[in-house]
Design a protein around this ligand. Structure first.
Ligand code: GTP
Ligand code: MG
Length: 419
């Protein structure tokens, strides 16, 4: 049969002469393309091509399906391997310490249960709102307990009073305070100089604010502390886990892996013991902090990171008119964090803060922490970071109730924070 390509030359002979077409039984003029022939020819071509194509497509599909199945089988193997590894890890970590933590958490709830007037319903409301220990009830302003748990003012007042008396909160001797201070533990930063600046590492029971310009190492220090807090006490850790509230999306597990390997630690275990929460806005950030209260005992959390503290507030509250509300909300949030260290004295809270330029200052440092006085007065220890030569960074103690002002130089290397 004729093909479309042959029609262009006037006929099957291809010489352009008039000829008698056997297909339609009539003469054709040379050089003319006949519609019927074209369609027919094209169709025939298409049909053949389609047949050929579909044959090859079928073969390709068959081999693709085979490949996919092979891949799936491999993946299944990997998943099984991973499952087995996870099970092993879980078996490893299902040690006595986990039981102690669970019992510890139960003991806290048990104590709340024993408060006068606490029935099933009240207990449920308290736990749901994050008040699952005597400390959390005693240290939180009654109004906040009331708002968050939905309990009445009289019940709340009674609960706070009873918790305070059970915990013997009130005046105590300086000797008692000294006994408490002697029990404070510290987390190493990885740099001896930086540790010395903090009087031997970052201490528990307080909120530390690292503030500085971009790339001064705030996030890197936060990552390093999440690894170091898991070290045994003799190596400068707290034998505990970390909770990371990331407001900027800058948490990097791969950096945790590098840092763990730098300390010859099993990175899988280290990653497993960092509880991560991404805060998408300031309300979410506040909510995550409140939810953290319930996790501290249960998950043996010894370190909470908020990186960064102010970012969302800065972008959400724009304009002078919103300043008062913004500062008030930051203040409440900071006090939530401070209260956590009152409730859990073995906990350390680290917040990071961007700096903003203050163009009206000609002498001294032209930068101040964002959030202004609210953050300054809320955080217990404030450290200012600035860039040094190459990978070096300088930390300056700005505000600490018991530490001298001073500076420390540390480095950010492939393995993490070092001298
Ligand atoms: P902002 O969040 O932008 O305000 O900055 P930051 O203060 O949180 O800075 P960050 O902690 O992210 O520090 C960034 C710096 O850490 C980079 O400029 C690098 O110098 C260093 N750094 C980050 N990752 C690595 C790494 O894998 N290896 C090495 N050697 N250095 C790193
Ligand atoms: Mg950062």
């Amino acid at each position: 049969m004729a093909k479309a390509s042959e029609m262009n030359n006037g006929g099957p002979s291809g010489n352009g002469e008039p000829y008698f077409c056997k297909e339609c039984k009539r003469n054709h003029t040379k050089g003319k393309i006949y519609k019927e022939h074209l369609k027919f020819a094209q169709f025939e071509t298409d049909k053949k091509e389609i047949e050929e194509e579909s044959e090859s497509n079928e073969k390709e599909l068959e081999s693709e399906v085979e490949e996919i199945f092979e891949g799936l089988e491999e993946e299944e193997d990997i998943t099984i391997e991973l499952d087995e590894m996870e099970e092993e890890l879980e078996l490893d970590s299902d040690s006595d310490s986990d039981e102690v933590i669970i019992n510890d958490a139960n003991a806290c709830v048990e104590a709340v249960k024993k408060l006068p007037g606490v029935g099933e319903a009240t207990l449920k409301k308290l736990i749901k709102a994050g008040f699952s220990s005597l400390e959390s009830i005693a240290y939180t302003p009654p109004k906040i307990i009331q708002n968050e748990s939905g309990l009445g003012d009289k019940t709340t007042a009674k609960l706070v009073k009873a918790s305070m008396s059970q915990l013997k909160i009130g005046f105590k001797s300086a000797e008692d305070v000294w006994a408490y201070r002697k029990n404070i533990s510290r987390i190493t930063t990885g740099s001896q100089e930086l540790d010395d600046l903090f009087g031997g590492g970052i201490e528990t029971g307080c909120v530390v604010e690292f503030f500085g310009e971009f790339r001064t190492g705030k996030t890197q220090i936060a990552h390093q502390l999440c690894v170091n807090v898991q070290l045994p006490e003799e190596d400068g850790g707290l034998n505990g886990n970390a909770l990371y509230i990331d407001t900027e999306g800058t948490f990097r597990p791969e950096r945790i892996i590098q840092m763990s390997e730098g300390l010859d630690l099993d990175h899988k275990k280290i990653l497993k013991n960092i509880i991560f929460g991404r805060a998408y806005n300031s309300d979410h950030q506040i909510l995550l902090t409140k939810e953290a209260t319930n996790l501290i005992k249960e998950k043996n959390i010894k370190l909470i990171i908020v990186d960064s503290l102010i970012g969302h507030f800065r972008s959400e509250y724009v304009g002078r008119g919103t300043l008062a509300v913004r500062q008030q909300t930051i203040n409440t949030h900071l006090h939530d964090l401070l209260r956590l260290t009152d409730i859990f004295p073995e906990l350390c809270v680290i917040v990071t803060n961007q700096v903003q330029s203050k163009p009206d200052v000609f002498y001294g440092n032209p930068t101040v922490a964002a959030g202004g006085n609210i953050v300054a007065h809320g955080s217990t220890i404030r450290v200012y970071l600035r860039k040094g030569k190459g990978e070096q960074r300088v930390a300056k103690m700005i505000d600490a109730p018991h530490l001298p002002e001073g500076e420390a130089v540390f480095s950010i290397t492939e393995n993490g924070i070092t001298d």
